[in-house]
Design a protein around this ligand. Structure first.
Ligand SMILES: NC(=O)C1=CN([C@@H]2O[C@H](COP(=O)(O)OP(=O)(O)OC[C@H]3O[C@@H](n4cnc5c(N)ncnc54)[C@H](OP(=O)(O)O)[C@@H]3O)[C@@H](O)[C@H]2O)C=CC1
Ligand SMILES: Cc1cn([C@H]2C[C@H](O)[C@@H](COP(=O)(O)OP(=O)(O)O[C@H]3O[C@@H](C)C(=O)[C@@H](O)[C@H]3O)O2)c(=O)[nH]c1=O
Ligand SMILES: [Mg+2]
Length: 297
């Protein structure tokens, strides 16, 4: 299949572009400066040029704190972008796979969120991503949105790389232990999307493979629990670990509020799509193998 990937050097787009050819697909990835998803004419031109049979939107404005003071660009990329893509895809008759976030929820619920729970974003990033989901599905009902969370990989910016870097610079790291969720590795997300492509291409609007699906890694943990796993893995690969201190959200003020409960219930994806939440500890091992050279002789 000819697959157009929006994003090229981001976490998820990098993994998609690395894996699509092996699955027999012809893939093109587009991002700035050569391509701007927020420009309708550029979106239209990309469809005309590449004639995709499916589109995967892995582009986003992901700077959560910056989005609070930079709302217009965040909404342009995260909301207008998916709308333009949905409109072009509907005209071309091709399905769209898109990504959204746990930050569409306020985090107040006492158990994992399902797709039936009402979103109520507490920050600009989450609000822009929620708008994008709605606009995409209105424009192109033959779309799938994977709401994921805490995405990491060996490429791009993420919590694993921040922890490893900070751990080299400082003897002690303080990490919040009262925000609950599950890390998700970008290669697992890419594999899920690629497995779904043939089914989406064949399915008419209204099939139950379209819609919103929660998809994260498992099991649930906290950012502090994740940091512990990162440094255990780093230590096993010969890197000295800093002292890790559990703190509360109140001890770590940030510009944007993060939800305390980011846990997503992924059972709908398992039941309807046959896509299982992957064990993030395996993903972390692959990521650390790629990032840290063995120091043993
Ligand atoms: N990172 C995370 O923790 C989470 C991410 N998600 C969602 O998953 C998806 C993938 O995220 P991730 O891979 O981490 O994101 P990254 O921030 O790693 O990559 C974003 C990509 O979007 C591209 N991009 C930004 N602006 C534009 C634009 N105007 N036109 C075209 N491309 C653009 C970037 O290009 P460039 O590098 O040139 O700017 C980059 O390729 C997103 O929808 C995100 O919201 C969901 C939950 C958690
Ligand atoms: C670096 C650091 C962060 N933290 C906290 C802040 C925050 O609550 C949490 C994670 O930090 P981050 O900066 O990675 O958080 P953040 O950028 O909010 O991560 C989010 O990105 C967007 C794109 C998403 O969609 C979300 O799923 C989520 O992955 O850890 C510490 O407690 N100590 C530290 O030293
Ligand atoms: Mg880039």
């Amino acid at each position: 299949m000819r697959v157009l990937v929006i994003g090229r050097t981001g976490q998820v787009s990098t993994e998609l572009l690395a894996r699509l050819p092996a699955a027999g697909h012809e893939a093109t990835g587009l991002e700035p400066p050569g391509f701007d998803l927020t420009d309708a004419a550029q979106v239209e031109a990309a469809f005309a040029r590449y004639r995709p049979e499916a589109v995967i939107n892995a582009a986003a404005y992901t700077a959560v704190d910056r989005a609070e003071d930079d709302r217009a660009p965040a909404f342009a990329v995260n909301a207008t972008g998916p709308r333009l893509l949905g409109e072009a895809a509907a005209r071309a008759g091709v399905p769209v796979i898109h990504y959204s976030t746990d930050y569409v929820f306020d985090g107040v619920k006492g158990s994992p969120y399902t797709e039936a729970d009402a979103p109520a974003p507490v920050g600009a990033y989450g609000a822009s991503k929620l708008a994008g989901e709605l606009l995409l599905h209105l424009a192109q009902p033959r779309s799938v949105t994977f709401r994921t969370a805490w995405v990491c990989s060996a490429h791009g910016n993420n919590f694993v790389k921040t922890m490893l870097r900070s751990g080299r610079e400082r003897p002690e790291l303080r990490v919040v232990a009262d925000q609950h969720g599950a890390p998700t590795f970008a290669d697992d997300l890419a594999d899920a999307a690629i497995a779904l492509l043939p089914r989406l291409a064949a399915a008419p609007a209204g099939e139950d493979c379209f819609g919103v699906f929660h998809l994260t890694g498992q099991p649930y943990t906290t950012w502090h629990g994740f940091a512990e796993a990162i440094f255990a893995g780093a230590a096993a690969r010969g890197q000295a670990a800093p002292k890790l201190t559990a703190i509360t959200t109140a001890d770590y003020p940030t510009r944007a509020t993060r939800p305390a409960n980011s846990r997503l219930d992924c059972s709908r994806a398992a039941e309807r799509l046959g896509i299982q939440a992957a064990d993030w500890r395996r993903g972390l091992d692959r990521c650390l193998d790629a990032l840290l050279k063995e120091t043993t002789p």
